[in-house]
Ligand binder design. Structure first.
Ligand SMILES: [Fe+2]
Length: 387
């Protein structure tokens, strides 16, 4: 099979990365760099309670125009539109999001509406924007999403129980500030689930039909960082070095999949997330090994690379055996991290699988899966194994 990357590819990563202990305290200079004077903090109440917003507000000083703290775990269209009205009223010219993937994606949606107006659903799909949106600085407080450097935002339409996927190069944030002191308070469960999301981004970038060598290099290094630092930061939350390395891993994985794209793991995870509220990282952790096994015979060499980076490829193993070892190692890892391993354990009913299998075919990620899937019986088979 001839893959796009063997003939040509485009690699793009415009986001400026600032990494360091207490880096958040210097964020006002970044607002200056973007030519902003009125920055809106976009966040959720949990981040506020943890005292991180107060710290950011202090760092922004007189450039802080307000705080929008209404983001929720599965951010919704109504939240983005509410945030937009709030920001418009304050004359905001820069967004500073501080939080996990949902907060970041909410701000991406707001950045569109602040520039273009209208309804968020008008921009659902790929490359729907013709110009830059409102500048956006991201300060991630989890170590997994990668959204701080990607072109995508996933926003739930709670009424229709679907997730809107917005993908546009204009949504790539301008600046990401990675400060390990902001993630030491991340709970062990969120450390585990967001870490699995990052691992999933790596594997999906490596097996994607749009894979390319720069994304491969980034994803493989991110896997090594996750291998060395995920359990460490899960077991000892205040280990600043491990926390920082996981931040770097998540962002590096974001650079990889932001270019190479992702596949069926995310398509299936988005669907159970939209229909049954399964948190993104947990859904990915359950589905990833099953999807590797499903795709294995299509590109065993790719999963063998994953196994090598995970340190589980033994001498004499064939690519197929190494790929299987990678899937098994991921099951072992989720067990050690105390994550659920079956869809039945996270509120997905057996009689809902068929509907999910059908709906997952409409998710934009599935087109990049190494094995082409057009029949819902294929996704149903994977869902059943994961159930
Ligand atoms: Fe993800």
């Amino acid at each position: 099979m001839a893959y796009t990357s063997e003939l040509s590819f485009v690699y793009r990563s415009p986001t400026k990365i600032i990494f360091g202990e207490n880096a958040v305290d210097d964020v006002a200079a970044e607002v200056d760099e973007l030519g902003g004077a009125k920055a809106l903090i976009v966040t959720d109440e949990g981040i506020e309670k943890a005292g991180l917003v107060e710290r950011l507000e202090k760092a922004l000083g007189n450039k802080c125009a307000g705080i929008f703290d209404q983001c929720t775990q599965d951010s919704g269209v109504h939240i983005v539109e509410g945030g937009y009205e709030f920001a418009k009223g304050k004359g905001v010219d820069v967004l500073v999001s501080i939080g996990g993937g949902s907060v970041i994606d909410t701000a991406k949606g707001m950045a569109i509406l602040l520039k273009e107006g209208g309804k968020l659903s008008d921009y659902s799909g790929f490359q729907m924007l013709e110009r830059s949106v409102t500048p956006h600085i991201v300060i991630p407080t989890t170590t997994g999403t990668g959204s701080e450097v990607t072109f995508a935002a996933v926003i739930k339409d709670h009424a229709a129980k679907v997730k809107l996927l917005l993908g546009d190069i204009h949504l790539i944030p301008n600046i990401a500030v990675l400060d390990p002191t902001l993630v030491v308070g991340l709970s062990p469960q969120l450390t585990a689930s967001t870490g699995l999301d990052a691992l999933c981004h790596c594997v999906e970038a490596i097996h994607s039909l749009q894979r390319e060598p720069i994304a491969d290099a980034l994803a493989l290094h991110a896997i090594r960082l996750i291998r060395e630092n995920l359990l460490r930061s899960f077991e000892k939350g205040d280990d600043l070095v491990a926390r920082g390395q996981m931040q770097i891993a998540a962002t590096t994985a974001g650079f990889a999949f932001g270019n190479a794209q992702i596949g069926m793991v995310h398509a299936l995870a988005h669907t159970v997330g939209a229909k049954y509220g399964v948190p993104h990282g947990i859904a990915n952790g359950i589905l990833l090994p099953h999807c590797i096994m499903y795709n294995l015979d299509e590109c065993p060499d790719r999963y063998a690379m994953v196994a090598e980076a995970m340190g589980v490829r033994k001498d004499g193993m064939s690519d197929m055996e190494a790929g299987e070892a990678a899937a098994n190692a991921i099951w072992e890892l989720t067990k050690k991290l105390g994550l659920p391993q079956r869809l039945r354990d996270v509120g997905v009913p057996e009689d809902g699988l068929e509907e999910c299998a059908e709906a997952s075919l409409s998710d934009g990620c599935i087109v990049y899966n190494p094995k082409t899937i057009i029949d819902s019986q294929e996704t149903l088979g994977v869902y059943k194994k994961a159930w």
